[in-house]
Ligand binder design. Structure first.
Ligand SMILES: Cc1cc2nc3c(=O)[nH]c(=O)nc-3n(C[C@H](O)[C@H](O)[C@H](O)COP(=O)(O)O)c2cc1C
Length: 108
């Protein structure tokens, strides 16, 4: 086996290949969903970090309510997962546009 050398710009992406999540929010008036791949399991309990910021509309809502739900999509949803991650909630109702079924979360 030989060691491969790649530029740091490319090599770091090999660390990014974990599960992609759909993160949903409800701020009391509307639901929204976004795609998150910057996530990290933090513990032997279900403590998970996600990284996002104010460029996303879900951010303020999640900070305000301190609530969100995580959904692990199935592999055959991959194209929808990417589509969800390239539009903002103010542009459309993503649940309607992408034919997503809403169900109450067991844990918020
Ligand atoms: C594959 C993929 C992964 C993404 N991962 C992240 C992420 O980890 N953190 C983040 O802030 N945005 C991520 N995004 C971008 C957001 O999902 C995107 O900006 C989304 O449209 C935000 O929705 P909102 O503005 O309705 O909240 C990702 C997008 C894609 C397509």
């Amino acid at each position: 086996m030989s060691m491969k050398t790649k530029s740091i710009r490319r090599a770091f992406t090999w660390l990014e290949s974990g599960a992609v999540l759909l993160v949903t929010k409800n701020d009391g008036t509307s639901d929204n969903v976004m795609t998150i791949s910057w996530q990290m399991v933090m513990d032997f309990t279900p403590r998970i970090a996600v990284s996002t910021g104010s460029w996303n509309e879900s951010f303020e809502a999640i900070l305000g309510t301190k609530e969100c739900c995580l959904c692990i999509p199935a592999f055959d949803q991959i194209e929808t997962v990417i589509d969800i991650g390239v539009v903002h909630g103010s542009e459309c109702d993503k649940f309607e546009r992408f034919g997503l079924h809403k169900a109450p979360a067991k844990k918020v």
